[in-house]
Ligand binder design. Structure first.
Ligand SMILES: *[C@@H]1O[C@H](CO)[C@@H](O)[C@H](O)[C@H]1NC(C)=O
Ligand SMILES: *[C@@H]1O[C@H](CO)[C@@H](O)[C@H](O)[C@H]1NC(C)=O
Ligand SMILES: *[C@@H]1O[C@H](CO)[C@@H](O)[C@H](O)[C@H]1NC(C)=O
Ligand SMILES: *[C@@H]1O[C@H](CO)[C@@H](O)[C@H](O)[C@H]1NC(C)=O
Ligand SMILES: *[C@@H]1O[C@H](CO)[C@@H](O)[C@H](O)[C@H]1NC(C)=O
Ligand SMILES: *[C@@H]1O[C@H](CO)[C@@H](O)[C@H](O)[C@H]1NC(C)=O
Ligand SMILES: *[C@@H]1O[C@H](CO)[C@@H](O)[C@H](O)[C@H]1NC(C)=O
Ligand SMILES: *[C@@H]1O[C@H](CO)[C@@H](O)[C@H](O)[C@H]1NC(C)=O
Length: 519
């Protein structure tokens, strides 16, 4: 049983270096739709499925333990077994194990063969977990894509919520569609119709009307297939699209120029996160919503090409993930799928990350965890980012609707973000999330600053805090959510809820976030 202790928020007030300000609860944006328990979701690179989840009869405990923490709090993540390697994935009904990677000596994966065990392992997930059945479009073969669809249908039809054909078509060789959106749409529809027929007919079959469309990145490429391009091109003229999926990666270590920009100050510039969401993602989202369609962030993370050690494996990633997920929640994403995986040699020939020396996985440093011991990343363990998932799940629970709040006087928009969460009816503020994104590094000379928020008279509230000794902390044992840390999966420590008396002030230290819940 979870026991909780109460401490008073006021005891954290440091005094001198505080910015004292008031937080207005009048929304500065529209209030979002009511969020579903699927909002916090994941994407796992299929080639590394066994490293994360094990085999059906030998599940990898650490990953499931993390999912169980979310499940206990009411979350029902959708799992997309997706990413670049789904585009060279084939099904072999006679293969005994879940996944066999066919690699060159440097760890370049040119084929991922899955057997029935891959789908059977879905039974190990917490009750109510659903999946995106991902199909290979990269090999340009209807039989390969259809056989994956049929296998998933035959083994797990009740757990499949969407089908997806192809990952990031923007990155395919230009020769495939010659940069023609229409050529892409025609071929996508042709595959979809043929697969629908194989699964029982294109009006009544299992996959009919259940397709994710787009799966594009926001990179500038000759092929334009973001939802904003596909919707006018008629991708949903026959009603096949259940949701539009967009991939969001604002930073990258795929080449030296972008690697230099993938820094803690840059990924935590809230103004820049808003700019990316509004310029690169929202136009597609808006068009989808104008058609009364749903949209999702089908794959995202902070820094493309597997993250950047020192940045994405630190507490900065927790602050980044919480803020970005809430930015997309305000903009009505139905779900956001945080990507998990390992370095892919064929993704770029000038990237920062590499696999282990012996070709073993070089796990992505933006993942929630390093699922097994590895030469590249050391001991299996949970990374500092995990606590952000607990914050977001608890913030948006019970159908919460979210709005952004105005930057309080005295703090910079770049360094601070706050949100009000309304009940499902949209009438009453039930919670507040505040993130102080001002950087506080280990060993910094000055005292750690804080923003002290005056909330005015209120009903009384409890506060949970997501914190660490510094923004660059890499040891998850020192990173806590409401007083608990999760380095080995299991919660360590008592739940610490602070109580805020009426007229009390809420302190949020630099590089720290809070969730306040009104009584
Ligand atoms: C903020 O408030 C604290 C505690 O009430 C006080 O010690 C501090 O001097 C104030 N700081 C500023 C800049 O007003
Ligand atoms: C989100 O959806 C709500 C309706 O549920 C709407 O009022 C709001 O304007 C939408 N937000 C954005 C940013 O499109
Ligand atoms: C998995 O973890 C749970 C929770 O820590 C523990 O109770 C269980 O014994 C573990 N199972 C295995 C096979 O290690
Ligand atoms: C699928 O395409 C990849 C990349 O072009 C290639 O290496 C692989 O051999 C193809 N697989 C099959 C089964 O055709
Ligand atoms: C149904 O699928 C067939 C191919 O199997 C295709 O020719 C036809 O256009 C599809 N019908 C609709 C309404 O999509
Ligand atoms: C933060 O991002 C904004 C918007 O992209 C940019 O104008 C500004 O220069 C950035 N600030 C810093 C300190 O990098
Ligand atoms: C696609 O069209 C169908 C049928 O008109 C509709 O029900 C569905 O909402 C549309 N999908 C999206 C994402 O707009
Ligand atoms: C992983 O490494 C730790 C620490 O070195 C060790 O105790 C543990 O036995 C290793 N686990 C496996 C499965 O090798």
């Amino acid at each position: 049983m979870i026991t909780s202790m109460k401490i008073t928020a006021a005891s954290l007030l440091a005094g001198a270096s505080a910015v004292n300000t008031s937080l207005s609860l009048v929304p500065a944006s529209s209030i979002s739709q009511s969020h579903v328990p699927q909002f916090v979701s994941y994407s796992f690179e299929p080639a590394f499925w066994v490293e994360f989840f094990g085999e059906p009869d030998a599940p990898r405990n650490l990953t499931y333990t993390l999912l169980n923490h979310l499940h206990e709090r009411g979350a029902r993540p959708i799992i997309r077994a997706g990413g670049i390697t789904m585009d060279s994935m084939i099904f072999d009904p006679s293969q005994k194990t879940s996944v066999v990677r066919t690699e060159n000596s440097k760890g370049g994966i040119y084929r991922t063969t899955i057997g029935p065990a891959f789908y059977r392992s879905w039974d190990n997930f917490p009750e109510g977990t659903t999946f995106v059945s991902t199909l290979n479009f990269g090999n340009n073969s209807v039989p390969i894509a259809r056989d994956l669809a049929l296998a998933s249908y035959n083994l797990q039809k009740d757990k499949i919520i969407h089908y997806e054909l192809g990952n990031e078509p923007t990155n395919y060789p230009t020769s495939r569609w010659q940069g023609s959106t229409k050529a892409y749409v025609d071929q996508w529809l042709s595959f979809v119709n043929q697969i629908n027929s194989a699964l029982g007919g294109n009006r009544t079959g299992h996959s009919s009307g259940k397709w994710w469309a787009s799966s594009a990145t926001t990179d500038i490429t000759p092929l334009k297939v973001r939802p904003a391009d596909l919707i006018p091109a008629g991708i949903n003229n026959t009603g096949q699209v259940s949701q539009y999926s967009i991939h969001s990666y604002a930073f990258a270590t795929c080449d030296p120029a972008r690697e230099r920009l993938a820094t803690i100050p840059n990924i935590l510039n809230h103004t820049d996160l808003l700019r990316y969401a509004d310029h690169e993602i929202y136009p597609s989202a808006k068009l989808a919503m104008q058609q009364k369609g749903e949209w999702v962030i089908g794959e995202f993370n902070s820094i493309a090409c597997s993250g950047k050690p020192g940045v994405s494996d630190s507490f900065a990633q927790a602050l980044w993930t919480a803020d970005v997920e809430l930015i997309y929640a305000v903009r009505n994403a139905t779900s956001v799928h945080l990507h998990q995986g390992a370095t892919l040699v064929f993704q770029s020939n000038q990237q920062l990350n590499t696999p282990g020396d012996d070709g073993t996985p070089g796990f992505s440093s933006y993942s929630l965890l390093y699922p097994i011991n590895s030469t590249k990343r050391g001991e299996a363990r949970v990374l500092p980012v995990f606590v952000s998932q607990l914050l977001v799940v608890e913030a948006l629970s019970e159908g919460g609707r979210i709005a952004a709040l105005k930057t309080p006087r005295g703090v910079a928009e770049r360094e601070f973000s706050a949100y009000a969460i309304f009940d499902a009816a949209g009438t009453r503020v039930t919670k507040i999330v505040a993130l102080n994104l001002k950087l506080y590094y280990a060993g910094q000379q000055e005292q750690r600053g804080e923003v002290v928020l005056d909330l005015g008279a209120h009903r009384g509230a409890t506060v949970k805090r997501m914190t660490a000794p510094s923004v660059d902390e890499k040891d998850a044992a020192k990173v806590t959510w409401a007083g608990q840390s999760f380095k080995n999966g299991v919660a360590v420590g008592q739940v610490a809820e602070e109580s805020l008396e009426a007229r009390g002030k809420l302190s949020v230290r630099d590089s720290e976030a809070v969730l306040l819940t009104f009584e």
